[in-house]
Design a binder for this molecule. Structure first.
Ligand SMILES: Nc1nc2c(ncn2[C@@H]2O[C@H](COP(=O)(O)OP(=O)(O)OP(=O)(O)O)[C@@H](O)[C@H]2O)c(=O)[nH]1
Ligand SMILES: [Mg+2]
Length: 415
């Protein structure tokens, strides 16, 4: 637990996160403030291992030890100091939160001013999944990003232009880890406010890890603890990142079941190997002449047989994302060439089974375009849903009040 807090501390680079990390550490220290045996063999109070902690009296009346202040034991003194610091930290955190809320409100206003609410997409996931790399790859490219907007407001927020031309804000979040202590979840709640408030969540998983399922459930658990709505969880996009790692050694693809690495081509768990074997043996989608010529218009043609691996488990991305979705939005060569390797699972988890919607490599750019298109589509669907909900609400609440008709009144009084 102490180590976990230290890790968070090291990664806390905003003022708010730093305050929260200190608060978590403080609360942790408080729980460890117990009677311990000092080096001289006497009972003392303090954190285990802290030899400087002095012994306290106050174990009932007449105990031995220092008295600080009016009969205050050393333990009480330490507790009081911790509580004072805690209160200080809490009020500072509240202040920072207020500022953040104002900033968020101003971002929304800014979006509205420009004719469209500025949606936020929170990129979440287990630590080391590649979230930051993904967000910066998306926003560093001139193609996707508008660096002028909000860059100074929050370094973790990046403005990105979706294929439809819509601007959204991507927020990179702190990585989740297993056994995240409940106090820490609370302490980092504000840091993760972006997650709760985001319009859409993108869950990045490192598909080369053998613990993919475990990482996924850890993240889902934390999201639930944070109070993310069921609806948002359902709508969340799952991205399997680092598919290039499999390409690196094409031999690895044959030896997917070596148990060392995860398998980016399967769905998840034990079925992976079976699925990937199937997909490697007999791809379900043939690349016919039409498809090949379609691809050759976008980038250098490559024969599919030469592909080092088929990440699709039979669901190859064969649509070219639709001309309409890329209108006015030039693809760069690197990305469009890479796109024929990547896969979008549009039929989102049909039987509620976990699995990727998009497979990406944040390093090479594979799958990023598909990811953006999917985000575009999801946000569009959300907009439509919100609009129709508003219409229903309006229909119900904004109905004009009319006095009861005379006929009705007549029925009521008639005898
Ligand atoms: N091979 C490969 N490596 C990647 C890819 N994306 C990220 N990495 C590497 O994975 C490591 C972690 O990447 P980050 O982007 O820092 O991961 P993160 O999810 O932000 O990690 P935390 O902030 O600690 O939660 C880095 O060494 C990246 O270079 C990818 O697509 N392929
Ligand atoms: Mg990161």
């Amino acid at each position: 637990m102490g180590l976990i807090i230290e890790i968070f501390n090291a990664h806390a680079y905003t003022k708010e996160a730093k305050l929260q990390a200190e608060l978590a550490a403080l609360m942790y220290k408080k729980t460890r403030l117990v009677r311990v045996r000092g080096l001289d063999g006497r009972s003392t109070f303090g954190s285990p291992g802290e030899t400087e902690v002095v012994s306290a009296r106050g174990r009932g009346s007449g105990g031995r030890g220092f008295i600080s202040g009016a009969g205050e034991t050393e333990l009480q003194l330490q507790r009081r100091r911790i509580l004072e610091r805690r209160n200080q930290l809490i009020s500072q955190i509240q202040e920072v939160r207020r500022t953040r809320a104002l900033q968020r409100a101003s971002r929304k206003r800014h979006g509205v001013l420009y004719g469209q609410g500025l949606a936020t997409v929170a990129v979440i996931g287990y630590t080391n999944a590649g979230k930051s790399t993904l967000v910066s790859e998306l926003s560093d490219s001139d193609l996707y990003s508008d660096a002028r907007l909000f860059a100074t407001v929050d370094p973790k927020l990046r403005s990105v232009i979706l294929p439809s031309g819509r601007k959204v804000l991507f927020s990179d979040t702190v990585g989740f880890i297993s056994d995240l202590p409940v106090q820490l979840v609370d302490a980092f709640h504000a840091t993760l406010e972006e997650v709760v408030e985001a319009d859409l969540l993108v869950h990045v998983l490192d598909c080369t890890t053998p613990n993919l399922d475990e990482h996924r459930s850890t993240v889902l658990q934390v999201l639930q603890q944070l109070g993310v709505s069921e609806e948002k969880l359902q709508n969340m996009i799952e991205v399997w990142n680092k598919i290039d790692s499999q390409e690196v050694g094409s031999d690895d693809v044959e030896g997917l079941d070596d148990g060392e690495d995860g398998d980016c081509s399967g769905t998840s768990g034990e079925e992976d190997d079976e699925t990937s074997d199937l997909s490697l043996a007999e791809p379900m989608v043939d690349y016919d002449d039409d498809n090949v010529s379609e691809q050759s218009q976008q980038g250098p043609a490559e024969t599919i047989d030469d592909q080092p691996g088929d990440y699709s488990d039979g669901w190859l991305y064969e649509e070219t994302s639709g001309e309409e979705s890329v209108s006015g939005w030039a693809r760069d060569d690197k990305k469009s060439e890479a796109c024929k390797d990547c896969i979008v699972e549009k039929d989102l988890h049909p039987q509620g089974q976990p699995g990727p919607h998009v497979r990406t490599s944040a390093i090479t750019g594979v799958g990023l375009q598909e990811l953006l298109e999917l985000i575009d589509e999801k946000l569009r669907m959300e907009d439509e849903k919100t609009k129709s909900e508003q219409v229903v609400e309006k229909g119900f609440f904004h109905r004009k009040w009319r006095p009861p008709r005379v006929d009705d009144a007549g029925v009521a009084v008639e005898h």
